[in-house]
Design a protein. Structure first.
Length: 507
RNA sequence: GGCGGCGUAGCUCAGAGGUAGAGCACCCGGCUCAUAAUCGGGUUGUCGGUGGUUCGAGUCCACCCGCCGCUACCA
C-alpha cells in the first residue's frame, strides 16, 4: 500500500497557494500510483488544537470545537475546487485521533522516555508563550516588543536526546529518508550538534489532548499533530489496516516543518516501537515577486483567485509543470498564463480540437478500427512510450520532468498530422483507407494522452475520454496495459468545445 | 561565526571531464484540419570572477564576489 500524506493544516489560516501546492503534489503522485495499479491511501487533514485556535474561538464567543467545525469547511472547499482525491481527512479533534495520541504517548512513557521536569524561560504574557533567549530581539518579545518575564512550569519531557545516534544511523542507512539532499544535509548537521530533550505537554492550556496519566496537562500541539499519521492508519484499533498501511511511503512537508518530521517524529516512533516512514519529502516556498507570501505583506494568493480563470486543470498543470519540488519557486500571473496558452491551449487543447474535428468532418466521428504501423507512425509510438516512461518521475516528485516528457506525445501527434496531411487525403477518394489509418492513429494518441495527463489534470482527461466515446475512465489503469499504443476502437467521437480556451493577455 | 546550497541563452531551467542543451520568447519559411493554432529551420551564451590540476574544465581543486537555507519547540 502506498500511504502518502500531507501535513495537517492549521485551520485558522486559509488554504493559500503554499498549502495547496503540498496537497496538489501529493494528489498527483497518489493518482499516478493508482494509475499504475497500486493500492493507495492518501491522507490530509487539519490540526485543530492549540492556543491560537482557542483564542480565535473566544474572540467570536464560540467554543473551540464550534469554531473549528466552522473553519474546516474552507479546506474541504479548497480541495474540492482543485479535485483533490484524498481517501481520508483527519481532524485532530476526532476521537480516533485523541485516543491514539494518548496511546502513543503512553507507549513512549512506558519505554521510559518521558519524565517530568521544570521548564523555565522567558515568557511573554501577551503571547502566553515561552521564547528562547535567541528569539528575543534586544531582550523583548519579537511580536509584542514588550519585556518578557521569567516563568516556570512543570512539564513532561521526551528524551529526544537519546535518539540522536539512532537517527543518524537510520539516515545513513537509508539515504532516501530525507529528500532533497540539501535538506538531508541540514537534518544531519542539526542532529550532529546533539539533541536536547523537548517538552511534550502544556499545563497552562486546556484546548488539547489531556495526558492519560496527568489530566492537568494537554499534549504539546506538535506531539498531537504528528501522531495524526498513525491515527489515520488505524494504529489504535484496526491492526490489519495498520499493518497494510504503515510505514508511510512518504510524508510531504514544507521546508519550515522539516525538523519536526525528520527528527522528532522518527524519534517518537522509535520510542513507541514503530517502524519509520520510508521518506520525508520536503519542498520549498512559493514566492510572489521574489517574496514569501504572507498576510502582512498582503501578497497572499488563494487558489480561488486563479481557478476561475485557469480552471482546476490549468491551476494544477502550472504548479506541477513549473515548480520544482525542492527549491523555492516563483509564482506570477504572467508566467502561469504563458504556460497555459503554450502548453494547454496550443499544444494539447488544439491538438484535441483539430483531431476530433477531422474525425467528425471526414468520418462523422466514426473512424474504423484500422491501424497502420509504418515509418509515419513510429514517432507516435515513441512519443507514447516516452510519455509513459517520463511519468515515473512522479515517484520522485519530479512533476516537472514527468509532464515535460508527456508533452513529447503531443508534439509527435501534432507533427504526425503535418506529415500525413489528412485534409489532403480526404480530397482523394483513392486514399480513403489511408485516411482511416491516419485518423485512427491520431485518435489513439489522444486516448493515450488522456491516460498520461490524468494524474496532473484528471478533469480534462476525463472530459477527453468521454468525447472519445470510450468506456471506463482514463484513470482506470493499469498504466502498463492501458497506455500501450495500439488500435483505436470503433467507437464514435464527438468534438465538443475547446478543452482549454486561450487566455487573452494584455500584450 | 559554523555547516550546506545556488549563480548556464532575454525568461524558466537541464547538463557534472571529451565539439555548450531543452521549452518559452524572437526571426524566416511551409501548411490551412485547428483555439492568430500547427510543422520545419534559424539566431542568442566571456556556463558569476580569478588562478590551478589535466591532452582536454559548466563539469575537479583553491580563493574571491553575489544570493539563499539551516544553526531547537514558529502551524
Amino acid at each position: 500500500m502506498i500511504y502518502i500524506t500531507t501535513p495537517i493544516y492549521y485551520p485558522n489560516d486559509r488554504p493559500h497557494l503554499g498549502t495547496a501546492y503540498t496537497t496538489l503534489v501529493a494528489d498527483a503522485v497518489a493518482r499516478y500510483w493508482r494509475l499504475k495499479g497500486e493500492e493507495v491511501w492518501f491522507l490530509t487533514g487539519t490540526d485543530e488544537h492549540g492556543l491560537k485556535i482557542a483564542r480565535a474561538a473566544e474572540e467570536r464567543g464560540m467554543t473551540p470545537q464550534a469554531w473549528v467545525d466552522h473553519i474546516v469547511e474552507r479546506f474541504h472547499e479548497a480541495w474540492d475546487l482543485l479535485d483533490i482525491s484524498h481517501d481520508d481527512f483527519i481532524r485532530t479533534t476526532e476521537d480516533r485521533h485523541t485516543a491514539t495520541v494518548q496511546a502513543l504517548l503512553t507507549a513512549m512513557r512506558d519505554a521510559g522516555d518521558v519524565y517530568e521536569a521544570r521548564y523555565e524561560g522567558p515568557y511573554c504574557v501577551s503571547c502566553e508563550a515561552y521564547y528562547t533567549e535567541d528569539q528575543l530581539v534586544d531582550g523583548v518579545c519579537p511580536i509584542h516588543e514588550r519585556p518578557t518575564e521569567i516563568h516556570a512550569e512543570d512539564n513532561y519531557f521526551f528524551r529526544l536526546s537519546a535518539y540522536a545516534d539512532r537517527l543518524l544511523a537510520h539516515i545513513e542507512a537509508n539515504p532516501e529518508f530525507v529528500t532533497p539532499e540539501t535538506r538531508r544535509n541540514e537534518v544531519v548537521s542539526f542532529v550532529e550538534q546533539g539533541l536536547e530533550d523537548i517538552s511534550i505537554s502544556r499545563a497552562s492550556l486546556t484546548w488539547g489532548v489531556p495526558l492519560p496519566w496527568d489530566g492537568s496537562h494537554v499534549a504539546y500541539v506538535w506531539m498531537d499533530a504528528l501522531i495524526n499519521y498513525v491515527s489515520a492508519a488505524g494504529y489504535l484499533d484496526e491492526p490489519d489496516r495498520f499493518a497494510a498501511t504503515w510505514p508511510a511511503w512518504a510524508h510531504l512537508v514544507g521546508k519550515d516543518i522539516l525538523r519536526f518530521h525528520a527528527i522528532i517524529w522518527p524519534a517518537m516512533l522509535m520510542s513507541a516501537g514503530l517502524p519509520l516512514p520510508r521518506q520525508i519529502a520536503s519542498h520549498g516556498f512559493l514566492l510572489v515577486g521574489g517574496e514569501k507570501m504572507s498576510k502582512s505583506r498582503a501578497n497572499q494568493i488563494l487558489p480561488g483567485d486563479l481557478v476561475p480563470t485557469f480552471g482546476p486543470d490549468g491551476y494544477r498543470y502550472h504548479f506541477l509543470r513549473d515548480v520544482s519540488f525542492g527549491p523555492d519557486g516563483n509564482f506570477s500571473w504572467e508566467g502561469m498564463a504563458a504556460r497555459y496558452n503554450a502548453d494547454l491551449a496550443n499544444d494539447f487543447g488544439n491538438l484535441v480540437n483539430r483531431t476530433l474535428n477531422l474525425a467528425e468532418r471526414y468520418r462523422d466521428g466514426a473512424v474504423p478500427a484500422v491501424a497502420a504501423d509504418g515509418p509515419d507512425e513510429a514517432p507516435l509510438r515513441e512519443g507514447a512510450a516516452a510519455a509513459v516512461e517520463a511519468l515515473a518521475g512522479f515517484e520522485e516528485f519530479k512533476t516537472k520532468q514527468a509532464l515535460e516528457g508527456v508533452w513529447r506525445l503531443f508534439r509527435a501527434a501534432n507533427a504526425y498530422l503535418e506529415a500525413t496531411e489528412p485534409w489532403k487525403l480526404a480530397k482523394d477518394p483513392a486514399q480513403a483507407g489511408r485516411l482511416d489509418e491516419v485518423l485512427n492513429a491520431s485518435l489513439e494518441a489522444l486516448r493515450v494522452g488522456a491516460i498520461v495527463t490524468w494524474p496532473a489534470m484528471p478533469r480534462a482527461a476525463e472530459t477527453l475520454w468521454a468525447r472519445l466515446g470510450l468506456d471506463g475512465g482514463p484513470g482506470d489503469g493499469p498504466l502498463a496495459e492501458t497506455a500501450r499504443f495500439g488500435t483505436f476502437p470503433a467507437v464514435t467521437v464527438t468534438k465538443g468545445d475547446p478543452l482549454f480556451p486561450r487566455i487573452e493577455t494584455d500584450e
